[in-house]
Design a protein around this ligand. Structure first.
Ligand SMILES: Nc1ncnc2c1ncn2[C@@H]1O[C@H](COP(=O)(O)OP(=O)(O)O)[C@@H](O)[C@H]1O
Ligand SMILES: [Mg+2]
Length: 592
């Protein structure tokens, strides 16, 4: 019986299993048919059928993209992503160039910045646009920006390429501290102006006081990344030498944080050797006279420091080098390599000093790379980067903000990827903020970021400076701080990075990249200021507590006098003397 029962149970199980597998297959078939549908006929649910692309049809569309076409589409990468920022960026590029040019020519800069709102009102049909100042500035969306400098001027033949060709400049191939780097600044601003208003860039430049100035109107041909000259004539210019650039562009003017006004005020603070006159769109005239008649530190061009040079770059440099021997290559191409250091590196890498660099193999480059990083090499020279200086930073801060306590720190140079850089920080505590924010609410500290004397106003949270300041434990320095936020308190913290090559996160030059070496140095500079702040705040607290105790004692002393008079049966005259003595003893024991 038991056997029969078992056999029937087995049969039942087999049946069930078969049924299950059948349904599973059905489901599979159903899903299969769905996916195969999707594969075969994409887009057939629409109106027309899209023919499938072939390698040949795709080949017909494949072509090179010019750099200006790329940036015209991706203008946000250059910082022209909204009208307010676009206006600021155009001013920034022109001002940076003017300051750079004046300093390179050892001229104390005199800058004139003019921004005028315009409105196009069409007259009778066929009339060209009539321009008049716009009464309501909030509605103005087009501006004429002019920046004039007393620099050395620009050679006639170079003007079209400089202002209407991306990636054309004098600073990219040299390791030298300057505001501009990539050769993509003023030409990008000009391109943005052309794309948004159709107007060419207007330039007047004079290089020789005895000759006339050149007047150009140029615009970029974005498909070729080449300039087109619209106007070329001689004209008068009010200065012996200098350049005036005019760009008409779409923009928005708004006062306050991250405005053109703030950028110019901070630029004046970081460049006390420049006179800046700024005629704002609202017709306010701001004058920032020169604070110091001394030119700032004039940086020297340097070669890369060997620490941090990547293997691939080292191999490329060796293969491109015209040096006949490895030791000569090391001496000529890098800074801080003396014949003795070169010999030591070659010994460590087990390579002959006479090896021909152009014939170097990858293995040999690897050995050389490792040997460089194991050899003690002098830190990069300071004369290629110009610190503002701790004393000057503190003075600068005192000039712009009223506060109770100031401190500053200037670190010695360090290296990231072979590029020398230097970090400085300055801090003011007890800043009297005249903004209309709620005074009872604890405000986050204000962080001012400066790179090669240029204020950075956007993308704070993406910047290495912000990250480093966030990572400092401010509670150690008597400031309160929530997790993942800046500390709170009436503090203005300024961090300056000076480098022969500032590593920005994008072409818009708004935030510093997160190199560990840079983060470490910022951390150390900020910690130094923090420690001094902590000392000051703790001392201030101690003084406050002591003063509170003293006033407490002073309140009760007369009563003690009365009690003593009763107990010791003293005369009124004696009570006065006893109280004075008691006060002196108590004050002596509580030193402030
Ligand atoms: N106002 C000026 N005076 C003299 N030279 C200038 C001026 N503006 C620009 N230049 C020259 O034009 C070049 C290109 O400028 P730009 O496109 O802003 O790139 P970058 O400043 O990054 O080199 C500069 O490298 C500089 O040689
Ligand atoms: Mg520039």
């Amino acid at each position: 019986m038991a056997k029969v029962k078992k056999a029937s149970a087995k049969k039942g199980k087999a049946k069930k299993a078969r049924a299950k597998s059948k349904t599973r297959k059905k489901v599979k078939r159903r899903t299969k048919s769905k996916t195969s549908d999707a594969k075969i006929k994409p887009g057939t649910r629409g109106k027309g059928e899209v023919p499938p692309a072939t390698a040949e049809s795709m080949a017909a569309k494949q072509r090179a993209i010019s750099i200006s076409e790329f940036f015209a589409k991706n203008r946000h990468l250059l910082g022209f992503d909204n009208p307010r920022k676009a206006l600021l960026n155009a001013v920034k590029e022109a001002v940076d160039n003017s300051l750079d040019a004046c300093e390179e020519a050892h001229i104390l800069p005199d800058l004139l910045i003019n921004i005028k709102p315009i409105v196009d009102t069409c007259g009778s049909p066929g009339d060209s646009a009539v321009r008049r100042p716009q009464a309501d500035l909030r509605r103005a969306n087009r501006f004429v920006l002019t920046v004039r400098d007393n620099g050395p001027g620009i050679v006639k033949q170079q003007i079209p390429n400089i202002f209407a060709r991306l990636l054309y400049g004098s600073k990219f191939h040299s390791l030298k501290m300057s505001r501009g780097q990539q050769g993509i600044g003023i030409s990008a601003a000009g391109m943005y102006g052309l794309l948004t208003t159709g107007e060419p860039v207007q330039i007047i430049s004079r290089t020789n006081p005895k000759k006339n100035a050149h007047h150009y109107h140029v615009q970029i041909d974005t498909t070729k990344n080449r300039p087109e000259v619209v106007l070329d004539e001689e004209c008068d210019f009010e200065l012996p030498t200098g350049t005036s650039v005019t760009i008409t562009l779409e923009g928005k003017y708004q006062r306050g944080r991250q405005s053109v006004d703030e950028y110019i005020a901070q630029t004046a603070m970081a460049n006390p050797h420049a006179t800046i006159i700024y005629n704002a769109p609202d017709d306010n005239l701001y004058k920032y006279p020169r604070q110091s008649k001394e030119l700032p530190f004039i940086p020297r061009e340097v070669k890369p420091h060997p620490y941090g040079v990547e293997l691939g770059l080292l191999l490329k440099m060796a293969r491109d080098s015209s040096a006949k021997q490895l030791s000569a290559f090391l001496k000529n191409e890098f800074s801080r390599i003396s014949p003795r250091v070169a010999r030591r590196i070659c010994e460590k890498a087990k390579l002959r000093g006479t090896l021909r660099p152009s014939k170097m193999s990858l293995r040999q480059a690897e050995a050389l790379h490792a040997a460089i990083n194991e050899t003690k090499i002098m830190a990069p020279s300071t004369d290629c980067i110009g610190p503002i200086g701790a004393a000057q930073l503190e003075e600068g801060l005192r000039a712009v903000v009223k506060a109770d306590f100031y401190t500053a720190c200037s670190r010695s140079p360090a290296v990231y990827r072979g590029n020398p850089f230097l970090i400085e920080a300055a801090l003011a505590y007890g800043v009297k903020d005249n903004s209309d924010s709620n005074p009872d609410k604890e405000q986050l500290i204000r962080l001012t970021r400066i790179a090669n004397r240029v204020p950075l106003l956007y993308q704070q949270s993406a910047c290495a400076i912000y990250k480093s300041v966030l990572d400092v434990n401010w509670r150690n320095y008597a400031l309160s701080q929530s997790r993942g936020a800046l500390p709170t308190g009436p503090v203005l913290l300024m961090v300056h990075i000076a480098s022969v090559w500032v590593p920005f996160t994008s072409e818009s030059k708004e935030a510093i990249a997160h190199y560990p070496e840079i983060i470490k140095e910022i951390h150390l500079a900020v910690q130094d200021c923090g420690r001094k702040l902590g000392l000051y705040l703790r001392r201030r607290k101690r003084i406050q507590q002591e003063l509170a105790k003293r006033s407490y004692i002073e309140t009760y002393l007369p009563y003690i006098g009365e009690a003593l008079q009763d107990i010791l049966v003293l005369k009124q005259r004696q009570v006065g003397t006893v109280i004075t003595k008691l006060k002196k003893v108590l004050e002596k024991s509580r030193k402030v």
